[in-house]
Design a protein around this ligand. Structure first.
Ligand SMILES: Cc1ncc(COP(=O)(O)O)c(C=O)c1O
Length: 366
């Protein structure tokens, strides 16, 4: 008898998680695609007031339907689509991680398939595993775009209940054109197509959000998060927009009162400060484009990116480079296909420290 009596398919597995190293030892942390800019004192004060208001009634369960928050999120999303988004089309949970797990719990399950295209976000197979769903993975082209004929053929062959399509993709930064999303929504038939727009706000001008396609495809789900552009990773708030029937189905699997009163109060206050919290997106985009240009000048291969990170390579021993950067106080991420590394975009000073450290490491290795 093995102790503890964990499910056989989980035996020996290690929990997911990027290294969290102490800031005093590794001061430049560019590894989990956070927004490097914290909220202003005014925003902090508003969040504190809002949370204090919620604290006075913490003896009561929170609004299970988070009605006010759903309305505020719908108003925020409506900026990205001419058709607008109604509050009945919005669902939220503790991070988009939880939103996607709930999607797999409601729409996956034994005998059903979830599908994505690698390289992609490494949590997807974990949601599938945890929801007892078969995981099928297709592959992206050499430049990390989707070969649409092959993607459609795989969807038609495996008939997944859920297709997970991040746009921009993590760890490559690649976006999906709306025509590709439409084509895969049609190919998926009754299956759901989840366009994960965790990094949606960072996309370059002229790249529309998949939100615009919602009126055309009942099986389309667009997920977002407040963790990235919104600079609120610590609050844990992710959400989706979809047909109201999809939100109703998710209600069946959600835990009662899953969004605490404190989370709801924090997110509502942050949404009131949306223009401020999002104001650094343009700076981060500019810093990203400058980082990509610099890396290319230095002779690295860099994936085209619409996100707040860049995947670059290729290193014969990427772990050695990652480790040497840590030794110089710069933490990036060893993720994606063998030979590549991913750097999140930080402040101008952090990116200068990254460039200096990488220059030093490459010089030493030469
Ligand atoms: C593509 C993608 N989707 C979803 C998430 C989950 O973010 P959160 O749970 O903080 O909303 C991440 C986090 O890094 C991500 O990279």
């Amino acid at each position: 008898m093995v102790f503890p009596p964990i499910r056989e398919d989980l035996r020996g597995l290690t929990p997911y998680g990027a290294p969290q190293l102490p800031l005093d030892r590794v001061p430049v942390q560019l590894n989990v695609n956070e927004n490097p800019y914290g909220p202003s004192p005014e925003c902090v004060a508003d969040i504190a007031r809002s949370v204090a208001g919620a604290a006075a009634s913490l003896n009561r369960y929170p609004d299970r339907e988070f009605t006010e928050l759903r309305t505020a999120l719908a108003a925020y999303l409506s900026r990205d689509t001419a058709a607008g988004v109604g509050s009945e089309q919005v669902w939220a949970a503790n991070g988009s991680n939880e939103v996607m797990l709930q999607i797999l719990q409601a729409f996956g399950g034994p005998g059903r398939v979830a599908l994505s295209f690698a390289p992609t976000y490494s949590m997807y197979p974990e949601y599938a595993r945890d929801a007892m769903t078969e995981w099928v993975v297709g592959h992206r082209a050499e430049d990390f775009s989707l070969d649409l004929d092959r993607a459609r053929a795989l969807v038609e062959e495996r008939r997944p209940s859920v297709v997970l399509l991040p746009s921009p993709n993590n760890p490559t930064g690649t976006t999906l054109p709306p025509a590709a999303v439409s084509l895969l929504c049609e190919a998926a038939g009754d299956g759901l197509v989840v366009v994960d727009e965790a990094y949606g706000e960072f996309r370059r001008g002229g790249t529309p959000s998949a939100l615009e396609l919602l009126p055309r495809h009942r099986n389309l789900v667009v997920t977002r998060t407040m963790s990235k552009a919104f600079a609120l990773a610590g609050a844990r708030l992710g959400y989706l927009a979809a047909d109201p029937a999809i939100c109703d189905a998710i209600r069946v699997v959600r835990l009662p009162y899953h969004l605490s009163a404190v989370t709801q109060a924090t997110a509502l206050a942050a949404l009131r400060h949306a223009p401020e919290l999002l104001s650094r997106v343009d700076d981060l985009r500019a810093e990203r484009d400058a980082t990509v240009a610099w890396l290319r000048e230095k002779g690295f291969t860099v994936a085209d990116t619409d996100a707040n990170f860049a995947l670059f390579g290729r290193f014969p021993d990427r772990h050695a480079v990652w480790q040497a950067l840590v030794g110089r106080g710069v933490l990036i991420r060893e993720v994606g296909p063998e030979g590549w590394l991913r750097v999140s975009i930080g402040t101008a000073a952090e990116m200068a420290a990254f460039r200096q450290a990488l220059d030093d490491v490459m010089e030493e290795a030469a």
